[in-house]
Write a protein that binds this ligand. Structure first.
Ligand code: NDP
Length: 305
């Protein structure tokens, strides 16, 4: 039987460690602070940000929610970011994406001080990670490493195949796996004979954004599968392709008219030695790592090891 890598449990462990560290820093008069900037009224973004703010409160971090209207200009946003960069009580700045189309997202992300870039999106942090320097790593890739390490899955010497090369998931995940001494292959939409590459993976990371894209034929028996994808499916035929006979999923689908599936066809998990489910795998780590990054940023900025 494959082992289910329980992201909710691992995330809870990390959060309790962060909480303990926040309490320790409090004895030195330090309270790490996160500023979350939420532009406009995007429903999903509001939920994500409110979860982040709520988690800050649970762990004892200071948080501040800034909510410019959807008509905010790039210049006005730059002023908001510059002010946060200058504040000593703010250690992390989070710009919730996506931003309205008229706003220059890249310019704003680049304007966040690299030392407060708790999402790990700034090119300076990408460079620091590549150079193996102390850095704020993007939360989802950092969470993948935590799942593997805390589940005692050997990374050193393993062949890790990462499908997807985005700046926020695929590329940094590959770099972090390389630092952990995996032999890393990065695949993307132009990769020839993808299945022949994924079948070589001891650790297969799927970060593609296509429901159930990795099929059982693409998996080496005994591999560890890390499914980063989050895809909402509403089509009955698609649902049946992945979840026919799964009573629990049937109930969710009947009640909500939708369910989540990762980038891996759930039938492939049976071949693995261990896998992250969707939901409940990589997803919960993202907030935990954001909290960990905020504490790390607070320490790095003050020169505390
Ligand atoms: P992007 O769309 O930015 O990147 C997708 C990558 O997949 C690209 O590199 C693309 O290749 C590659 N790809 C697309 N089609 C194929 C194909 N047919 N064969 C091989 N590779 C392909 O997505 P993200 O990296 O932002 O996100 C990936 C997934 O992870 C999404 O489902 C997203 O929802 C999820 N996600 C989950 C998070 C979590 O907290 N669990 C956080 C962030 C993302 P190319 O570069 O050639 O176009």
């Amino acid at each position: 039987m494959p082992t289910l890598l329980d992201g909710v449990k691992i995330s809870a462990q990390i959060k309790s460690e962060v909480k303990a560290e926040v309490a320790r820093l409090a004895t030195q008069g330090i309270r790490p602070g996160l500023a979350a900037v939420l532009v406009g009224e995007v429903a999903a973004s509001k939920i994500y940000v409110s979860n982040k703010v709520k988690t800050c409160a649970e762990l004892g971090l200071y948080s501040e929610l800034i909510t410019p209207s959807a008509s905010v200009t790039t210049e006005e946003m730059l002023d908001v970011i510059r002010a946060l960069n200058d504040r000593d009580d703010i250690d992390g700045i989070l710009i919730q994406l996506p931003l309205p189309k008229h706003v220059d997202t890249k310019a704003l992300l680049d304007a966040v001080s690299a030392d407060k870039d708790v999402d790990g999106f700034h090119p300076i942090n990408a460079g620091r990670i590549q150079a193996g320097r102390p850095a704020l790593a993007p939360c989802t890739p950092a969470g993948i490493i935590e799942i593997l390490k805390r589940s005692d899955i050997p990374i050193a010497g393993a062949h890790a195949v990462v499908v997807g090369r985005s700046d926020i998931v695929g590329k940094p995940a590959a770099m972090l796996l390389l630092h952990e001494h995996a032999t890393v292959t990065i695949c993307h939409s132009k990769t020839r004979d993808l299945a022949s590459v994924t079948r070589q993976a001891d650790i297969l990371v799927a970060a593609i954004g296509r429901a159930g894209f990795i099929t059982p034929e693409m998996v080496k028996p005994g591999a560890t599968i890390i499914d980063v994808g989050i895809n909402r499916i509403t089509d009955r035929a698609e649902f049946e392709k992945f979840f026919l006979g799964n009573t629990k999923r049937e109930e969710t689908f009947a009640a909500k008219g939708a369910t989540l599936v990762g980038d891996v066809d759930p039938h492939a998990f049976a071949l693995s030695s261990a896998y992250t489910p969707v939901p409940g795998g990589v997803g919960p780590l993202t907030i935990a790592m954001l909290m960990a990054n905020t504490v790390r940023a607070a320490k790095l900025r003050r020169g505390i090891a």
